[in-house]
Write a protein that binds this ligand. Structure first.
Ligand SMILES: [Ca+2]
Ligand SMILES: [Ca+2]
Ligand SMILES: [Ca+2]
Ligand SMILES: [Ca+2]
Length: 235
């Protein structure tokens, strides 16, 4: 018996042209924001502090210093005294007027003058010659001028707030007449201990933000599928 089976299947599937175009174009709306804030009226900030033209004596200075709250911030262990470590830490921060944790020559130069340290030589302080003072260099240099023990009136090796304040006052009162002029006070006090009285503070902040956001997305997909299957079986 002969059986011939021809099974031919021709199966052609042509899937042609499945063509998908997805085009998505999204143009975000341009967003533009402009903010201008706080253009302060500087005339409004003008001080009327003419009554501050009197000199500063010790009492007034102490009061101002106490009100600044600086001392408590330096007293790391909260025992109401500054020991030498606390003192030098605070002193370093005081001299670092721009608060960048580096004592540059310019800051050093101004501060040594303001704190009555005459005939100082930068090279003697900056012993590793990197053009800045680290805390160790600072302490060594400052200790030679011995303000700590001079200010420590009762010689208990620590400074209370009054000793500190009077120490600063006596350092700044260079002609020893127990007065500091308003000019000297304003310049030095505000430089080292923050904003005191008789100060004009003006802040002008202008912020302009312009933001434009655009998103364009295009997707094109083209798919062509063709399948041909032929099977021949002979027996
Ligand atoms: Ca302390
Ligand atoms: Ca600095
Ligand atoms: Ca140095
Ligand atoms: Ca003391």
């Amino acid at each position: 018996m002969k059986k011939k089976v021809l099974n031919m299947r021709k199966y052609l599937t042509i899937g042609l042209c499945t063509f998908l175009v997805t085009g998505l174009v999204a143009c975000g709306d341009g967003t533009e924001r402009v903010e201008e804030t706080d253009t302060m009226d500087e005339t409004a900030m003008m001080e009327e502090e003419t009554e501050m033209e009197t000199d500063w004596d010790t009492e007034r200075f102490n009061q101002s210093f106490t009100e600044s709250g600086r001392f408590g911030g330096w007293d790391a262990n909260d025992d109401n005294f500054l020991d030498e470590d606390e003192y030098y830490e605070s002193y370093y921060g005081t001299w670092d007027v721009n608060d960048d944790d580096i004592l540059e020559e310019e800051e050093w130069s101004t501060a040594t003058r303001d704190y009555g340290m005459t005939n100082q030589n930068w090279a003697d302080w900056d012993t590793n010659k990197d053009k800045k003072l680290d805390k160790k260099e600072f302490r060594t240099g400052a200790a030679k001028n011995n303000n700590f023990s001079t200010w420590d009136k009762n010689s208990d090796k620590k400074l209370d707030e009054r000793e500190y304040s009077e120490g600063v006052f006596s350092t700044w009162d260079t002609d020893r007449d127990n007065k500091i002029t308003t000019d000297e006070y304003n310049t030095r006090y505000n430089r080292y201990y923050g904003t005191g009285m008789g100060t004009t503070t003006g802040t002008t902040t202008g912020t302009t933000m312009g933001t434009t956001t655009g998103t364009t997305t295009g997707t094109t997909m083209g798919t062509t599928t063709g399948t041909t299957t032929g099977t021949t079986t002979g027996k």
